[in-house]
Design a binder for this molecule. Structure first.
Ligand SMILES: [Zn+2]
Length: 75
């Protein structure tokens, strides 16, 4: 069973640092690093495997190419 979690970042480029200590989606145990990293168009998929409960899940990081997509409201 896999579960996809959406993670949104403010970074415009593919990050050089990968997420670490991501809590397991099932038991909450921090996972040091993803098992698999799959770069895509404006996004990167991370496959995590929890060694405490053997739960596997995917986290997708979306990278904003347009930082002015949501301008702040002006009074
Ligand atoms: Zn777990």
């Amino acid at each position: 069973m896999t579960k996809t979690t959406m993670v949104k970042t403010q970074t415009g480029d593919i990050p050089t640092d990968i997420p670490r200590q991501n809590p397991c989606a099932q038991c909450g145990t921090p996972i040091a690093r993803p098992d698999w990293i799959e770069p895509g168009e404006g996004r990167v998929s991370y496959l995590w495997t929890c060694h405490a409960c053997n739960y596997r899940f995917e986290a997708v990081a979306i990278f904003d190419q347009m930082p002015i997509a949501h301008p702040p409201l002006a009074a």
